[in-house]
Design a binder for this molecule. Structure first.
Ligand SMILES: NC(=O)c1ccc[n+]([C@@H]2O[C@H](COP(=O)([O-])OP(=O)(O)OC[C@H]3O[C@@H](n4cnc5c(N)ncnc54)[C@H](O)[C@@H]3O)[C@@H](O)[C@H]2O)c1
Length: 284
């Protein structure tokens, strides 16, 4: 029996595949490669290039691999893009996500670990944000994730689908084999490193008037290997009969944009010039 990993050639998914395989788990990966990289997977990992909304393909995979569970990473995940093109986000993340979950149910799969996000909270009332906080996303990306959280909850009640929705803060870091590679790259740390390497002249800072000590935005960063491990543990919890749950994955301590850049300067010994952009840009 195998675990279906959707989005398994993407940044976090590929590290999760590494982690699962190192524990002897059977995995099969489904990814359309829209934002992922085939090279992020070892050649012996069973891989289907396809869409999570393709129910015929899902039925075939479920039949061939006797799926026991699914870790669902596949999604479009840029806040700004979701604001500019909400149709794309609701179609890809919600409509295709529903098709995936419905087909898995049909195939008898009753366990899912779902990549959710702290963007489902919107403007937090309290920091660190408890899981019970109100959720009112500020962009279509956050709504698309919240919608699937609600769907999973309803499917548990109606059909006994057990799930853990992991609301991540910001993934960071790499393993020896896999790391972050988006094009264009919207995340701070890869852009800081790219500036340190001289691949871009400056690092833009979107807003320096936030109510923080240095005026730049603060984010909570979690190492991608820890995120991957959390998925494996969530799956283990469900296998042992655990009830469905919603969990934050963060460290509880944030770092400002300037703190991250300063740290990178110290580690690399490079200058890393900055450029302040007046308009604040939301990041996930
Ligand atoms: N990176 C972060 O900091 C972060 C934070 C919170 C939540 N998340 C969530 O974690 C998950 C993984 O994020 P990531 O940073 O690895 O993103 P990523 O873009 O690197 O990976 C997503 C993968 O999903 C694939 N995909 C997208 N739509 C698909 C579809 N319809 N069918 C098949 N494959 C499809 C892409 O090709 C890509 O390989 C996403 O669901 C994202 O919303 C990420």
């Amino acid at each position: 029996m195998a675990i279906l990993v959707t989005g398994g050639t993407g940044y976090i998914g590929s590290v999760a595949v590494e982690c699962l395989r190192s524990r002897g788990e059977q995995v099969v990966v489904l990814d359309d490669l829209a934002r992922g990289h085939r090279a992020a997977l070892n050649s012996d990992v069973p891989f289907y290039r396809g869409d999570v909304g393709d129910r015929a393909l899902l039925a075939r995979i479920a039949h061939e691999y006797e799926l026991e569970s699914c870790i669902h990473f596949a999604a479009l995940a840029y806040v700004e893009e979701s604001v500019a093109e909400p149709v794309k986000y609701f179609e890809n993340n919600v409509e295709k996500g529903i098709a995936l979950i419905n087909e898995l149910l049909q195939a008898g799969v009753r366990r899912m670990v779902f990549s959710s996000t702290c963007a489902t909270y919107g403007e937090p009332e309290q920091i660190p944000i408890p899981e019970q906080s109100p959720q009112w996303p500020k962009n279509p990306y956050g709504w698309s994730k919240l919608f699937l959280e609600r769907l999973l909850d309803s499917y548990d009640v109606a059909y006994g689908l057990k799930f853990v929705a992991l609301r991540y803060f910001n993934a960071a870091g790499a393993t020896e084999k896999c790391g972050e590679h988006h094009d264009p790259e919207s995340h701070l740390i890869p852009n800081v490193i790219s500036t340190a390497l001289g691949k871009q002249p400056t690092i833009p800072i979107f807003g320096d008037t936030y109510l923080t000590l240095d005026g730049t935005a603060i984010r909570d960063y979690v190492h991608v290997a820890d995120l991957a491990e959390a998925h494996v543990r969530a799956l283990e919890y469900l296998r042992q009969g655990g009830e469905s749950d919603f969990l934050n994955l963060g460290t509880g301590r944030g770092f400002s944009v300037l703190e991250v850049i300063e740290c990178a300067r110290q580690v690399t010994g490079r200058q890393i010039p900055i450029r302040i952009e007046s308009t604040a840009r939301r990041v996930r």
